[in-house]
Ligand binder design. Structure first.
Ligand code: PLP
Length: 441
């Protein structure tokens, strides 16, 4: 195994503000629309289900910098700065002249980047006098992050977890419960929506759609006490994630390199946005020429195969209409192991940026992502989340191009999470049981 070089910031250097790229975009994202009136939604409408501060951030396209509350920054210090790592081992394994770096978000206490936004959302809910938050989760990464954050700030979290995941992937459920959350398999008898679904089909296995319907219904039942929180897609979630890229900017400076290429895996776009946007502002404002690549699963290729149009952000049709690259909110992706990437659409900001040619996308077949993750595990000693494996695969493609062209480019990617709770998936990979899913409309 080759040496690794890791770069850290002091506590004082942890960012004090998030970066709001909407303020600098040449073309602003299209407004979100109320599905009934087709008029742009207001903060008042959004704050019927989201906390007020998140609703304001969601619609803010003018302020370039938004203060990180001190209390949130204190909690960031539990695991931030996250290391920026020069991946000498991977460079050597690929025999490439490229310089490869990764930002290791897997060191957060819940094992992924999702905590960066969960802490902010839980804090705002607490500030606004709420006592409860609710959300849905599939495999459980987002639910775990919100449970952890709610516990820190003294809120009760109610998480609706897709029933089949609740039963088949018990460890993240246990994590949520350890942090004090009430976890309910969805569909459940605790809401009107759940009862209706179960009455029609008592054996319903649940889906993100059923879980969202239940979480939103719970928030609407007691709006003065409880709000709904989302872990991806929305612009305020991307905003919170920019702490990743802002740190990386300083750390790359310490390393004496600047990224020619930035790669991140892509579910709804929050970690991609978080790493990329602070660097993209130098493309907009200072003539930098960094190339940005979103690595999406070939089975759920919303960017390369989707259409750019107004659609719902969720399967159940509760969110406002968002102008996004989408495969359609009723599209059910194949059951790939990278559960966090099984999402039909891309957030409004990334969609506009992709439309305007500011970024690219690469489609990664499932087996290629596990081959890449496995190579990375051997070369760097970290088992990546299957989601992150998609970014690594796209990095490997670029690093091989560098080798063939004899070019020493600098590549930076996001290691969004570790795969220690995904060993069942790796087991399937090692047995040769994985398949590639072909996207069909
Ligand atoms: C949720 C998740 C993702 C994908 O979500 P984005 O919002 O696109 O970032 C990627 N990696 C991990 C580990 C996740 O939990």
């Amino acid at each position: 195994m080759s040496k690794q070089k890791r770069y850290f910031l002091t506590e004082d250097e942890i960012p004090r503000q998030w970066y709001n790229i909407a303020a600098d975009m040449p073309v602003k994202p299209a407004p979100m629309l109320d599905p009934k009136t087709k008029q742009p939604v207001t903060v008042e409408q959004l704050s019927e289900i989201f906390c007020v501060e998140c609703a304001k951030q969601e619609l803010n396209v003018t302020d370039r910098w938004i203060d990180i509350p001190d209390e949130v920054r204190e909690m960031y210090k539990y695991y931030r700065s996250t290391p920026l790592v020069r991946a000498y081992g991977l460079e050597k394994a690929l025999d490439t002249p490229a310089h490869i770096y990764f930002k290791n978000e897997s060191v957060s206490p819940v094992g992924s980047h999702k905590l960066n936004s969960a802490l902010a959302q839980a804090w705002y809910c607490k500030q606004e006098g709420l006592t409860n938050v609710t959300t849905e989760t599939g495999a459980g990464q987002w639910g775990t992050a919100l449970s952890y954050a709610s516990n820190l700030f003294g809120l009760n979290a109610a998480v609706y977890q897709v029933k089949i995941s609740y039963e088949q992937k018990p460890y993240r459920r246990s994590m949520m419960q350890l942090f004090g959350a009430q976890v309910t398999p969805s569909p459940s008898m605790s809401t009107r929506a759940g009862k209706d679904i179960l009455t029609a089909n008592p054996n319903h296995q649940g889906s993100l759609g059923t879980a969202i319907s239940e979480a939103v219904e719970l928030a609407r039942m007691t709006p003065e006490k409880c709000k709904y929180a989302l872990g991806s897609t929305m612009s305020h979630v991307s905003l919170h994630q920019t702490v990743i890229g802002l740190e990386a900017e300083k750390q790359m400076e310490m390393a004496g390199d600047y990224p020619d290429i930035i790669v991140a895996c892509f579910g709804g776009g929050s970690n991609f946005s978080g790493l990329s946007f602070p660097f993209m502002r130098h493309n907009f404002l200072d003539g930098a020429k960094t190339k940005f690549i979103a690595a999406e699963p070939a089975s759920c290729p919303k960017m390369t195969q989707g259409v750019f149009e107004y659609d719902f952000g969720d399967e159940a049709g509760y969110t406002p209409l968002i102008k996004m690259y989408t495969l359609g909110h009723k599209f059910t992706p194949a059951n790939i192991h990278a559960g966090g990437l099984r999402y039909h659409g891309a957030g409004a900001i990334v969609s506009q940026l992709y439309h305007d040619g500011m970024m690219e996308a690469a489609d990664i077949p499932q087996i290629e992502s596990f081959d890449a993750a496995s190579l990375f595990a051997k070369a760097e000693g970290i088992i990546p989340a299957p989601e992150s494996g998609h970014a690594i695969a796209a990095v490997i493609r670029e690093a091989i191009k560098c080798r063939e062209a004899g070019e020493s480019k600098t590549i930076l990617f996001n290691l969004t999470g570790h795969g220690l709770l995904d060993m069942a998936a790796y087991d399937q990979y090692l047995r040769g049981n994985l398949v590639n899913y072909q996207f069909t409309k």
